[in-house]
Design a binder for this molecule. Structure first.
Ligand SMILES: Cc1ncc(COP(=O)(O)O)c(C=O)c1O
Length: 441
């Protein structure tokens, strides 16, 4: 390992610490202050792209040292994305399996990266940052799966190894990089490990350093952070150790995110901009003020969020992929009464409805609901499927779990079919219910 020449024997040696700190960059154009200095700490320079890499390393190291995590075990953790990505990569490197539980509201880019990293992903209806205490949520499921033999649940939301990671790395880096001149430390609040841990180290150096937490409004769409209501139920939230709490709304965060990228040439993500907006609301514009703001990750994982919150960037764009309006149509369709139960589907088919299985021929051949005709979705999309002539004829669509058949239902309706239903749970539910199936050509 040689940090000077950046030569490493393994990715694990790239872990950030006081000998290999993440960069600290001065902000000028978006700050609008005459005297105070504002510095951004770019946490996407961590090996797996985010501040949570520090926490993941600390959770695993601590669990191994306490003999809770041994070779071949499965790690289970709820995440809003970044901790999951770091745990997935560390698990790959160290020979563990990894199961992540998370909200299906997390940007597709993050869920796709987790799948690419080989994660066993459990997506649920939950808040953007898993809601503390939600019985059907990601946190509860991880706790349950963590009880299974051969599994371990480190629990970033309660584990002291989370803030300790920052007390041992982020804090010492900032102290050294600012030559002890830092006066204000600012970070967004999710698990609160970053602010609480780094704040503890810095205040231990000089008690007058101001530690400021920034949080989004209720109902926000800034991945990774929590609103004040959620923070109230967050174990590592330690307001008595902070000097201030600042609230920032969605639009302010996303507009500043755009400015950071366009005016400072810094590829900051939305929660970085939220933290900076909070800092700019709070710090005094005086000589000697040196403010360090944590930038947890970059913008590359948030294209779909940018499309939602910075539509002006996409004005005139013909690209409809990920178009929030379409996403809403699909979400509404999935909640509509056109999604029918297995029993209702059986009744309609018995009354003569066309029963279309829109999965691939390969899936269809393996096992299918009895009485289905195979019309793969791409054929409907491409307009070359052999569909019923009569647009008034009742149609029941089915796929593996209900997603593709929702698209098929929407497309058929758009083509003029008047009576189209979608089977909730798809073939998986049909088979699980022991209903008649067929397989083979
Ligand atoms: C993008 C992003 N921003 C901010 C945070 C908040 O950091 P912490 O959990 O240390 O409070 C997280 C945490 O997951 C995050 O992923």
């Amino acid at each position: 390992m040689n940090h000077a020449t950046r030569v490493y024997d393994s990715i694990l040696e790239l872990a950030c610490n006081v000998d290999n700190p993440t960069p600290l960059v001065r902000l000028r154009r978006v700050v609008g202050l005459a005297h105070a200095e504002v510095w951004a700490k770019l946490e996407w320079y961590n090996p797996f792209g985010a501040v949570k890499d520090r926490v993941a390393q600390s959770l695993i190291k601590d669990s191994e040292e306490r003999g809770l995590l041994t070779a071949g075990m499965r790690i289970v953790e709820p995440t809003s994305g970044n901790t999951g990505m770091a745990l997935a990569m560390l698990a790959n490197a160290k020979g563990y399996r990894f199961t992540a539980t998370l909200s299906n509201k997390i940007p597709l880019e993050k869920r796709a990266s987790l799948r690419l990293f080989g994660t066993d992903l459990r997506e649920l209806d939950d808040d953007l940052c898993p809601a503390p205490g939600a019985p059907e949520g990601a946190i509860a499921l991880a706790a349950k799966l963590g009880e299974e033999p051969g599994s371990f649940h480190p629990n970033q939301y309660k584990n002291p190894a989370n803030p300790r990671a920052h007390e041992q790395t982020t804090g010492p880096e900032i102290w050294k990089q600012t030559a002890g001149k830092v006066t204000h430390f600012v970070a967004g609040l999710g698990t609160c490990g970053t602010l609480t841990g780094t704040g503890r180290f810095l205040k231990a150096q000089r008690q007058d350093i101001k530690v400021i937490g920034v949080h989004p409004v209720e109902g926000h769409d800034i991945p990774g952070v929590r609103s004040i209501k959620q923070l109230a139920q967050t174990a590592l939230f330690a307001p008595s150790e902070y000097d201030g709490l600042i609230e920032v709304d969605n639009a302010t965060a996303y507009q500043l995110c755009k400015r950071l990228n366009q005016e400072e040439s810094i590829i900051a993500g939305p929660s970085s901009a939220m933290a900076l907006a909070g800092a700019l609301k709070h710090i005094p514009d005086e000589p000697g003020v040196v403010c360090v703001v944590i930038f947890p990750d970059n913008a590359f994982k948030y294209a779909s969020s940018m499309q939602k919150h910075l539509p002006e960037l996409f004005a005139g764009s013909k690209d409809t992929s990920g178009d929030p309006n379409l996403v809403n149509v699909v979400q509404l369709a999935r909640a509509s009464p056109d999604n029918i139960s297995l029993a209702d589907a059986q009744a309609r088919v018995a009354q003569g409805a066309a029963f279309l299985d829109v999965r691939s021929l390969e899936e269809f051949t393996k096992v299918r609901a009895h009485g289905t005709t195979n019309i793969p979705l791409p054929g409907i999309v491409g307009g070359y499927a052999a569909l019923p002539e009569d647009l008034a004829a009742p149609v029941v669509a089915i796929c593996k779990s209900g997603m593709r058949s929702t698209y098929a239902m929407l497309l058929l309706k758009a083509m003029g079919y008047q009576d189209v239903k979608n089977v909730k749970g798809g073939t998986d539910a049909w088979v699980a219910a022991g209903l008649p199936t067929t397989s083979g050509a």
